[in-house]
Design a protein around this ligand. Structure first.
Ligand code: PRX
Length: 646
């Protein structure tokens, strides 16, 4: 590796950073040698009602799987994110909200946010919601989404947020799976100047959810909506009827905090369950160290609260640390492609955290829309959600950060609750495209397909050896699926589903999923989900979906479709199927390419050979590998001949 591929820690930053090279190494060693002592100490970052005396009780053994942290302690998350800051920073900004329209913004201090949360907690109580109930949020990026999350945690209700880009069907499935009796939404969302019919989608979803009897609606746009008396409640009207006093519920550390659905290799999304104590300790600590957060910094994570990044690094981590967190309703290219940088200048953002797909899209528009803004407030940049290619990394570093701001490339998952592998900006020299080294307490283990542990520089599958406080505890309602998905492939290890390379410096380079999950614009998608949607169409007999390299999205969705006998393929049908999938799952699942496939390559036992389909979609058909087990080799010739990705 040439010197120009190594970006050393800026000396000035190392002086003030929470960790430098020496302290990182000492703390890391302590964290893996004696996790009980390490986490016993760092758990004190959080205020406990009843302090824990037990730190950790974990077994990754398949037949005795259990994960518990701080498990005799009690606490409340909203107290930790709000009440405990009132004395020291009650009048400091907690949330800076920047609307879709650049003229629309507002700031809530900790005191103001606390009052709103207490009131909305009382609204939930007045609706009969109590500790342990599941509440679904289907909301735009408005302050009320943060208020609703924190209000749930205040009374011990478990929130399940469904990203506003999901369809009514997807929303209904998630409401039913966790048996939510209440959904919180808005009349409409606004993104890039366009309305999103959230209430109409919720109405359609609730038609299939008879047990969900309350729908609380925030008035965001004032657009026309349908109203169901007895079920629908206006947020603002309900808020007028309650007071702002609501004592926080005392929760056990292992009481559920939230459920978040994510895609896996089978058709049904999994309800990832996070619990209270470990999650908040881990979110707060990673936020402080990875982003090197110091009092007074303005921190902006551009994710949506519908994804785990929004949970841990817009809301819980930052607020637990008393930070100022910016919440952005809009999109990177509205009204212009300078928007991100204009927002940075407007609010003096110091720390900026986004996804590679946004960087790649903005990079296409050249340097000028960036350079015409100042960005002098920026100190640190972050990346999350997918591998960042070195070219995009360098553009982000050189053009956006003017060579001044380290980039933290953070690797983690919905399941992990917080960041597992990432640079600490004062401690790690950077290599473009590498997530570098593990966070405290994280022991990555590389294995080959047979499960043999690999040492030194290697390429393999990425597992984690022991638990960390932010780890998911189960798949809601299906513990066996939790065991099967993460702990049955490699004995005694948590299997991430990702492939990685470890270099001679011990740095990790995530190469992407090794299962049937694809990553489209940083959104995780099960290929099986898209296939189920396609075969639900009456003219589709069979479908197979794979990812293929896409310049902006990272991966695009490539679908092979076999039509029912006698149906003629046409451009109209292709467009119809694209629309169909958007309606079934949501716009994020829009197929990029659909290839008509009179037959799919199968083994003699009838299993679809996805490896071959992937190669064809990648335009890499010269290296198809072993095709001797194919039932009908001619099928592959046909697919190559008619491939879409030429
Ligand atoms: O494949 C990895 C990729 O995103 C997956 C997790 O997706 P999700 O649960 O939606 O959470 C995304 C936000 C944490 C991982 O299995 N991924 C995430 N971060 C990175 C990444 N791949 C490479 N580099 C990253 N920094």
């Amino acid at each position: 590796m040439s010197a120009k591929d190594l970006y050393p820690v800026p000396q000035e930053l190392a002086k003030t950073a929470w960790a430098d090279k020496t302290s990182y190494q000492a703390m890391y060693r302590a964290s893996v040698e004696d996790p009980d002592a390490f986490w016993g100490e760092h758990g004190k970052r959080i205020d406990w009602i009843k302090p824990y005396t037990k730190v950790k009780d974990v077994s990754f053994a398949k037949d005795d799987l259990h994960i518990k942290w701080f498990y005799d302690g009690t606490l409340n998350v909203s107290y930790n994110c709000l009440d405990r800051h009132l004395e020291t920073r009650g009048d400091s900004p907690a949330i800076i909200w920047e609307g879709d329209d650049p003229n629309d913004d507002k700031t809530l201090t900790y005191r103001e946010l606390h009052a709103e949360v207490c009131k909305f907690a009382n609204v939930l109580k007045a609706q009969g919601i109590k500790k342990g109930d599941r509440v679904t949020l289907y909301m735009p990026m408005i302050v009320e989404a943060a208020v609703a999350m924190l209000a749930c945690t205040r009374i011990g209700a478990i929130h399940s947020i469904v990203f506003g880009g999901f369809s009514p069907d997807a929303l209904a499935g998630r409401i039913r799976d966790c048996k939510s009796n209440c959904v919180i939404t808005a009349d409409e969302g606004v993104r890039g100047g366009r309305p999103i019919p959230l209430k109409a989608n919720t109405d359609a979803a609730l038609a299939d959810c008879p047990d969900c009897t309350t729908c609380i609606v925030v008035k965001r746009t004032g657009g026309t909506i349908n109203w169901v008396d007895g079920r629908d409640v206006w947020y603002h009207e309900a808020m007028d009827k309650v007071d702002a006093v609501c004592p926080p519920e005392e929760m056990n550390a292992e009481d559920p905090l939230f459920i978040l659905y994510t895609s896996g290799s089978t058709g049904q999304p999994k309800g990832v369950l996070h619990t209270t104590g470990g999650y908040i300790v881990y979110a707060a600590m990673t936020h402080r160290y990875v982003f090197d957060y110091h009092d007074g910094d303005i921190y902006w994570c551009t994710a949506d609260v519908g994804w785990v990044t929004g949970h841990s690094y817009i809301i819980y981590g930052p607020l637990a640390n008393g930070a100022t967190t910016l919440m952005f309703e809009g999109v990177p290219n509205y009204p212009t492609v300078s928007r991100f940088w204009e927002v940075c200048d407007k609010h003096n953002v110091n720390i900026f955290y986004t996804a590679p797909t946004a960087i790649r899209a903005l990079m296409r528009d050249g340097d000028e829309p960036v350079k015409k803004t100042s960005r002098k407030s920026l100190r640190l940049l972050g990346s999350v959600g997918e591998p960042i290619n070195p070219e995009a990394w360098r553009w982000y570093y050189d053009v956006v950060g003017e060579g001044r701001c380290p980039i933290v490339d953070t690797w983690w998952q919905t399941e992990t609750g917080g960041i597992l592998i990432s640079p600490l900006p004062g401690a790690m020299d950077l290599k473009p495209g590498s997530a570098t080294l593990p966070f405290f307490g994280i022991e990555p283990v590389m294995v080959d397909t047979e499960g043999a542990v690999l040492e030194g520089p290697c390429e393999g599958m990425l597992c984690i050896k022991d638990s960390w406080p932010g780890q998911m505890r189960t798949v809601y309602g299906d513990h066996e699926r939790f065991v099967q998905t993460y702990f049955s492939n490699f004995s005694g290890l948590y299997f991430s589903g990702d492939g990685a390379r470890r270099d001679e410096d011990g740095y990790y380079w995530i190469t992407g999923r090794v299962d049937d999950v694809i990553n489209v614009s940083g959104h995780r998608m099960g290929t099986a989900e898209v296939e189920s949607a396609l075969v639900a169409h009456e003219l589709v007999a069979e479908a197979a979906v794979v990812g293929y390299p896409h310049d902006i999205k990272g991966q695009g969705i490539y679908a092979y479709v076999t039509l029912t006998a006698g149906v003629a393929p046409s451009e109209e049908l292709r467009a119809e199927l694209v629309k169909w999938v958007r309606n079934e799952i949501g716009p994020i699942a829009t197929p990029d390419l659909i290839q008509w496939a009179p037959g799919l390559p199968k083994t003699r036992s009838g299993k679809i050979m996805r490896r071959i389909l992937r190669k064809v979609a990648e335009n890499d058909y010269a290296s198809l590998g072993d095709t001797s087990t194919l039932a009908e080799p001619a099928v592959v010739e046909e697919l190559i001949e008619n491939r879409m990705n030429k």
